[in-house]
Design a protein around this ligand. Sequence first.
Ligand code: MEV
Length: 445
Amino acid sequence: MKDDNQKKISGFSSMRKRDKIKWIAKNFFKDPEVVIKELSSYWHSNDEQQKILDGFSENTISNFPMPFGVAPNFLIDGKTYCVPMVIEESSVVAAASAAAKFWMERGGFKTEIVDTKKLGQVHFFWYGDRQDLFENFVNAKIKLMEDTNEIASNMKKRGGGILNLELLDFTEKKNNYYQIKASFETCDSMGANFINTCLEQFAKSLSSFYQELTGQDDCIEIIMSILSNYTPECLVKAWVECPIEELGDFKNGMTAEIFARRFNDAIEIAEIDTYRATTHNKGIYNGIDAVIIATGNDFRAIESCGHTYAAEGSYSSLSHCSIEDGIFKFWLEVPMAIGTVGGLTSLHPIAKRSLELLENPTAKELMSIVASTGLAQNFGAIRSLITTGIQQGHMKMHLQNILRHLEASEEEYEKANLYFKDRVVSFGSVRNFLKLNRQTISQTD
Ligand code: MEV
């Protein structure tokens, strides 16, 4: 064990990358030389490209590779997409692709952008007369809008800008606490920088307006100004539907009618039970996050917003199902504040390719694509769960990973895939199978 003093350092951020790696390797690893080699091996071979990647973060020592896959055959609003997905979990891309193909043959995914409103807040304390604050807010609002004219001019040219400013009273929950709640349209950009710049200007203008009005510097105290990642009005709806009999027959001899009924039951369970809803929604975000990451958007923002949306009332399923007049309908309504210009979307070389693969969609089109992928993922998961169980598909992938780990030959892969078709896969059982197989071969040689 290294002693704790060796693990402390000052001036780390200004060290050269190689020195950072050396220091880490020496002080945190048993085999420093191997670690140095390994970390360096993931650097981009092109220095310029590496600089771009380093620019996304700080104290970078290497790159962290993740699989970049695609799910073809997504028919969304009449247009066919091949959807890029960055995810490390096996079965996710396969499930999305299978569900996409299934629905492509049944009319595809349909979507509707409900709204694209984004939000931000200035949190402040007001120490004066409440009436002064509210009565003068009409004029304060004019000043706040005027003072952000320049900041918002480009956004306005693109058809967006500041939509509204509201003054909210939270004093019942916390003494002196008020809020400016601002709404924005940021067109094809995620808009975080624009929103935060506007908010910080609002805060300054708000202070000076009321200080001048009251003649008192201490009538107002700004606590903070920041966008809200909860954007329930930046919302997309995606759905699939078809007559029940067109669902076809399913594994284990399940008819379309039984499938539809069991599917609907599974969704209702996720609507009722928080424990199930969490796993259910996690499955939706398997699809959503994978596209969000591939297109250079902020998956933490998308996830936190989605879960808050799912928790309105009590935490519940984001997707819903109905069976009416012989029609099976399955849909998802999910907030999605994303962009297709600016930020990482225009800088990350693979994110740019992902967007190109999607034929450079607008933010609204990307909202539709992402929501459809989430819905496809959810459909794939529920279909497996109510028919064969999830392990069958997972185990197939798990088996490949174990075989790779045990350095199986091509012939062994074939034999193992056949043998484990209807047997339980575990690391031990695969190792034993290979051992026995190898022994038999050496005896017959
Ligand atoms: C696994 O990553 C996701 C699932 O658990 C989702 C679900 O249970 O609906 C399969």
